[in-house]
Design a protein around this ligand. Structure first.
Ligand code: AMP
Ligand code: MG
Length: 499
């Protein structure tokens, strides 16, 4: 029996969708970690994946039976300007498997050597970038967001040349697919209508099979992707997640978060927050994310025009109507999530001021985004309905974060509003605890883990942090360090692509 039961649907598409390319072997592959739960979901024996044979596969030194390694081609708008030729420059898709959940998954190596799309790059990844993606993507999964995942990672025994020489690594990334808005843009720019049709069929069959009986298939696809992205970006906003590089080649048709380069979870809240070292104009600032998603979806609609309708004017009208639904869909998803974060069944029209005022106070007072909401959940419990401050109890984050006095008038109004709900305080608190995590991949903790691994070869902080992030909603006072905002000297102000 093959170690991995590949069934490679993308490699069966026409040749112009990809280039066949083997990973480039590395000098001395050593395992960093294997994701047991994910391996099991994919029908891969985690112990095999940890063996010398599995390590060789994760490093790109051995091609497993049934794999058909390819680098896929795409284009994309990067910071608003169109780049007609991108593609997997440092990634190779080994193939696809059907998981135990019936879902098809891509298995891709990232950092596995040059491809025809490397554009002068070395096709390699530094260890820090690999660990960062591992930590943040697995944390996003634990937080309940659709995301690419990490099946495993290895060090290469080679150095990669960046500003300095850094240890190299390869990440094995798993996604429902790696098809991007930029994949459609690539073919649209070449007026390859046939390829667009093939791609629409492929993506619908793979991600939105419920739409297969609709008359206008490209329109059905556009609708589904708009809804999926509205929901995804709403979830980012609700967690204080800043993607950092929302180029159209970094937005998946599957609606999963991809590309954990210069991303960050905010510490203190401000709508203008930017962490990415390359985002000089703040194009991808926290508060801009919904607008940018809308813009990217318009780029997808544009790419689909030739297949939306034979009459160009009607095609534009269909696309426009569809894209115009994004703001409404985003707002609905965001309000629903905000209601849950605040312990309300619904965010009524008159509650919007309440929510807006909280965010404004948080920005003025530079309050920690994660802990403010978590503290509200503490305060929502039975018996606290009329108390503005709660003694330090087990399970509460009171020792890590106290509501400042400036928030007390707001708190009083919020508690009055909660009193109108039909749910019990216990139910509300449980629901709030499930919506307001306490453990997020804080930038200073991520940096600490990356530094220990890169500078000292010490993977203990990485492994510990990964374990903590796997249970983001359950506070444990023994792990308080991982829930604590950075001290002034620990604050990370910039994150890097690390490519
Ligand atoms: P990203 O900013 O990660 O979305 O990457 C943008 C493009 O640059 C993609 O086509 C990547 O494949 C390519 N790229 C990034 N880093 C490298 C590298 N080290 N070697 C080759 N290509 C790269
Ligand atoms: Mg990318």
């Amino acid at each position: 029996m093959n170690a991995i039961a590949f069934d490679n649907s993308y490699a069966r598409l026409p040749d112009r969708f990809f280039s066949r390319r083997q990973p480039t072997a590395v000098a001395d592959p050593r395992p960093i970690r294997v994701n047991h739960a994910l391996a099991t979901l994919l029908g891969i024996d985690p112990h095999w994946l940890e063996s010398a044979e599995g390590t060789a596969v994760l490093a790109g030194n051995a091609t497993p039976e049934g794999a058909e390694p390819i680098a896929t081609v795409y284009a994309g708008h990067q910071f608003g300007s169109y780049n007609p030729q991108l593609g997997d420059g440092r990634a190779i898709l080994l193939g696809e498997v059907i998981g135990a959940d019936g879902q098809r998954y891509d298995i891709q190596l990232k950092g596995s050597g040059p491809t025809p799309y490397s554009r002068g790059g070395d096709g390699r990844a530094p260890l820090g970038a690999v660990l960062r993606e591992y930590l943040v993507s697995e944390s996003m999964h634990a937080l309940g967001l659709p995301t690419t995942r990490a099946l495993g990672a290895v060090t290469t025994g080679e150095q990669v040349a960046r500003e300095s020489f850094l240890p190299g690594a390869v990440l094995c990334r798993v996604a429902q697919s790696h098809i991007r808005i930029g994949t459609f843009q690539f073919f649209a720019a070449r007026q390859d209508t046939e390829a667009l049709r093939v791609l629409v069929d492929h993506v619908l069959a793979r991600h939105y099979p419920d739409a297969l009986d609709e008359d206008n298939q490209p329109l059905a696809l556009l609708r589904r992707v708009i809804s999926a992205q509205a929901s995804l970006v709403a979830q980012w906003q609700l967690l204080g997640f800043i993607h950092g590089v929302m180029n159209t080649d970094n937005m998946l048709l599957s609606g999963e978060t991809i590309d954990y380069g210069p991303c960050a979870f905010m510490d203190d809240f401000h709508p203008d927050k930017v962490y990415s070292s390359i985002d000089h104009g703040g194009r991808y600032a926290y508060g801009n994310q919904p607008g940018i998603a809308h813009w990217n979806l318009a780029a997808l609609a544009q790419a689909l025009l030739p297949v939306l309708h034979d009459d160009p004017e009607q095609a534009v009208a269909l696309a426009q109507d569809c894209v115009d639904t994004f703001p409404e869909q985003f707002t609905r998803a965001h309000r629903k999530g905000l209601a849950r974060k605040l312990g309300l069944a619904e965010l009524l029209e008159e509650d919007r001021t309440l929510a807006d005022e909280l965010l404004q106070l948080m920005a003025e007072q530079q309050l920690d985004f994660t802990l403010t909401f978590r503290r509200l959940a503490d305060l929502a419990g039975p018996g606290n309905e009329s108390s503005l401050k709660l003694p330090d109890e087990d399970g509460s984050v009171a020792r890590l974060f106290e509501i400042p006095d400036a928030l007390l008038p707001w708190l009083a109004r919020w508690q009055q509003r909660l009193a109108q709900e039909t749910t019990t305080a216990g139910e509300r608190q449980a629901s709030m605890y499930a919506a307001n995590p306490v453990f997020i991949p804080r930038n200073h903790l991520v940096e600490e883990a990356l530094q220990a691994a890169t500078e000292k070869g010490d993977f203990a902080p990485f492994n510990t942090l990964l374990k903590v992030l796997a249970r983001p909603f359950a506070f444990d006072a023994a792990l308080a360090r991982f829930a604590t905002p950075p001290k002034p000297e620990q604050v990370v102000r910039q994150t890097f692509c690390g490519t």
